[in-house]
Design a protein around this ligand. Structure first.
Ligand code: 2AM
Length: 490
């Protein structure tokens, strides 16, 4: 039996509920189901009242309410719940029905589930959904991957609910990403880049606040100005607004100053870091951002250490201290240098993210389109920014561009930003302010642009103690040397 609903949604937490309302608002009839059925009733009696919804209390009724081929989307807690629901849905579905997972799923699970669902004669889609609660309701960024035959069936609906960008606001941030887990992988890289962006902004804040002495009002103005230039982005915009928020617990100061400096994390940054290690690609920005959150979480240890470990003092090195202070002495110049450090580091962070996507696409044979990924992140999601237009242009022009840093626009941007970037990292080091992501980005840039690194010595060491062999710069082949015999005799 099948009903006349165009779409079914399982999992009525905030994201699911908002996404269901979004789909209905585009003219579709939506069936909903939730394990705790009271949530179905609350929705039907509440926000969905008078709208084109069918509430159901069992999976059987839910599946029966949707027209074939059914489009059934889960927005439930990632992990075993998804497997359990798939297992329950398969016997209830008919050939050609489509099961969609819109959760924050680890891509390996999506690779496995695509196969399993396809073997049952159904189609499977693992779709990254980004944009938080508001995005889900008004227009998220959607990154669907899985069984490609599902795409023509869901394309119109997905593109209609997605965020729109472009001069006429009609280009949807939703395209087919690739087979199996490709969509969830792209979503994971989005989240990892988001980790980097946030850490970079926090470092800029600490520098401006601690070294530059900027008040929250001044920080608001700086971020407002930055949001009108090359750094324009959702994260810069909300950061600006955060600096204007007053304490909501009765204090007369700003809320941001009352928040405990212990960062939480849900794990997608860690996944991207782990996978970068597996692929052997140096995604140092996300890794640094994950570790920075980890260090922040050691609040008690830091509090103890802060009473024992001293940073630089004028008496340690008066000349260097004077130099550092001269770098931050001119407020306007310092703000500009921090801006440049943030911009250049951000370019490196995105360059690394795309290198990881390229490596993953090659390993899994996903055939990813990188310009399209930039477009998907252009609107709706947390890292949305004008900047992504330039990345799209870069990959549209050069689909095999090996690193964004080599695209003339970014090459020039980094060139122009580099003196401020170096001044900021130097001043921060000399004055004892941690800038792990700014310096990781600068070190990647300096490492990447050098033809010769000290790995010649490293290879010599490996060959010396472990006969791991090495190659030479002047002839072909693999070499091993008897290092003990070659030692200079005393
Ligand atoms: P619940 O309201 O019954 O807890 C986010 O947690 C969403 O995932 C909620 O809609 C939640 O349903 C659902 N969810 C979590 N674990 C689940 C499971 N094992 N089976 C079905 N739904 C689950």
């Amino acid at each position: 039996m099948s009903g006349d609903c165009d779409f079914g949604l399982i999992g009525l937490a905030v994201m699911g509920e908002n996404l269901a309302l979004n789909v209905e608002s585009r003219g579709y009839k939506v069936a909903v189901y939730n394990r705790t059925t009271s949530k179905v009733d609350e929705l039907i009696e509440g926000r969905a009242k008078g709208k084109n919804f069918v509430g159901t209390h069992t999976l059987e009724d839910f599946v029966a309410a949707v027209a074939r081929p059914r489009k059934l989307m889960m927005l439930v807690k990632a992990g075993p719940a998804v497997d359990a629901i798939i297992d329950s849905l398969i016997p209830l579905c008919d050939e050609g029905d489509i099961i969609i997972d819109g959760g924050n799923t680890y891509y390996v699970d999506t690779e496995r589930r695509t196969k399993l669902v396809e073997e049952a004669g159904l189609l499977y889609v693992g779709a990254g959904v980004s944009g938080g609660e508001e995005g889900a309701l008004k227009g998220p960024s959607l990154m669907p991957g899985g069984t490609e035959a599902a795409w023509p069936h869901i394309k119109d609906m997905f593109q209609s609910i997605a965020a729109k960008v472009g001069p006429n606001n009609d280009i949807p941030c939703c395209e087919w990403v690739g087979p199996r887990g490709a969509g969830h992988y792209v979503k994971m890289v989005h989240n990892g880049i988001e980790y980097g962006d946030m850490q970079l902004i926090c470092e800029a804040y600490q520098l401006l606040h601690e070294l530059g002495g900027l008040s929250n009002e001044e920080l608001y103005d700086v971020f407002a100005k930055w949001n009108e230039g090359v750094l324009q982005s959702y994260l810069i915009e909300i950061t600006r607004d955060i600096f204007s928020a007053k304490d909501d617990q009765g204090g007369d100061g700003f809320l941001v100053d009352q928040i405990l400096d212990v960062a939480g994390a849900k794990g997608t940054g860690k996944w991207m870091s782990q996978l970068a290690l597996d692929l052997g690609v140096p995604s140092t920005l996300v890794t640094t951002a994950v570790f920075a959150r980890g260090l922040s979480a050691q609040k008690e240890a830091r509090t103890r250490a802060s009473k024992k470990l001293n940073g630089p003092t004028d008496s340690n090195n008066p000349e260097m201290s004077a130099l550092a202070k001269s770098l931050v002495g001119d407020k306007a110049a310092f703000v500009q240098a921090v801006h440049d450090a943030l911009y250049a580091s951000k370019i490196v962070s995105y360059a690394q993210g795309f290198v990881q996507l390229q490596a993953a696409s090659a390993e899994h044979d996903w055939g990813l389109d990188y310009g399209q990924s930039a477009l998907l992140w252009r609107g709706g999601c947390i890292i949305r920014a004008q900047f992504l237009d330039r990345i799209k242009e870069a990959f549209d022009e050069q689909p095999n561009l090996e690193n964004l840093l080599l695209y003339p626009y970014f090459e020039e941007a980094v060139e122009n930003a580099q003196s401020g970037w170096r001044a900021v990292v130097s001043a921060a080091s000399l004055l004892g302010i941690p800038v792990p992501a700014f310096s990781a980005a600068l070190n990647y840039f300096d490492g990447y642009r050098l033809e010769r690194l000290p790995a010649n010595l490293l290879q010599a060491q490996r060959d010396y103690f472990g006969a791991h062999t090495y190659q030479r710069v002047d002839r072909e082949g693999t070499f091993h040397s008897e290092w003990l015999d070659l030692r200079k005799q005393p």
